[in-house]
Ligand binder design. Structure first.
Ligand SMILES: C[S@@+](CC[C@H](N)C(=O)[O-])C[C@H]1O[C@@H](n2cnc3c(N)ncnc32)[C@H](O)[C@@H]1O
Length: 217
């Protein structure tokens, strides 16, 4: 059973039109700067053993996985088929608007790790997604939700739009724990700007991650 955490007003977005329209044209851009992306790739290198079956949920043409590590299967999900088609790490993918339908077309206990980067902030029904993620992960499987302090404001639900960075970490944790996930770990770090600005101490996109593991039992 899905346990609701957000109120109806928490879920409201400025742009209430179908999200599929917003993502209809491909965006072959990087949504996060080089400092953030390098930190995320390092986190994946540390946390995702080679041989894991991965799901990159809410992805695009990039998955930020370490190039030298082989994962037998990386399944992708997103809202734009052209972007997903161009993602070299995906073995297969599907397109689904998670604000319309939260049931994931994957078997129970079939995935070792789920990655969500700069995506959770657009979920209007995160509780149902959190419950589905618990279902599809194998015991001991990991969820890594990474984000920075930027968003498409018109597409972010009010709770994310109005919350601080700390609020964002806490609400992801609250939603997960309400569905039976154990207390997650937080990673909160600053990053360096890529290139000469960084050498001079310039800051990049701040790095936040919520990491949770499905209980073994
Ligand atoms: C800012 S992009 C991040 C893409 C990618 N994860 C990355 O790291 O660059 C946000 C992504 O969230 C996904 N997304 C947004 N709204 C969605 C929705 N309603 N249903 C499913 N996916 C959605 C899309 O795949 C979109 O590419």
């Amino acid at each position: 059973m899905v346990v609701q955490v957000l109120t109806e007003s928490d879920r409201r977005k400025i742009d209430r039109s179908d999200d599929a329209l917003f993502y209809a044209a491909p965006r072959f851009v990087q949504h996060l700067d080089g400092g953030f992306r390098a930190r995320l790739t390092e986190l994946y290198r540390q946390r995702l053993p080679a041989g894991s079956d991965l799901l990159d949920l809410m992805t695009s043409w990039v998955s930020h996985l370490p190039e030298e590590v082989r994962y037998p299967s990386v399944i992708g999900h997103g809202l734009n088929a052209e972007e997903l088609q161009a993602n070299p790490r995906l073995e297969r993918f599907w397109v689904q608007n998670l604000n319309r339908d939260q049931t994931l077309p994957l078997g129970s206990a079939s995935i070792d790790a789920v990655l969500i980067t700069a995506g959770w902030q657009y979920l209007q029904q995160p509780e149902a997604i959190a419950a589905e993620l618990l279902r599809i992960l194998r015991p001991g499987g990991q969820l890594i939700v990474a984000f920075s302090n930027r968003m498409f404001a018109q597409k972010a639900p009010q709770i994310w739009l109005e919350g601080s960075d700390q609020d964002h970490l806490l609400v992801v944790a609250r939603v997960l724990m309400a569905q039976g996930w154990p207390q997650p770990e937080f990673v909160v770090e600053s990053t360096r700007s890529p290139g000469p600005l960084g050498w001079l101490g310039g800051q990049g996109d701040p790095f936040f991650a919520v990491i949770a593991s499905k209980p073994l039992g």
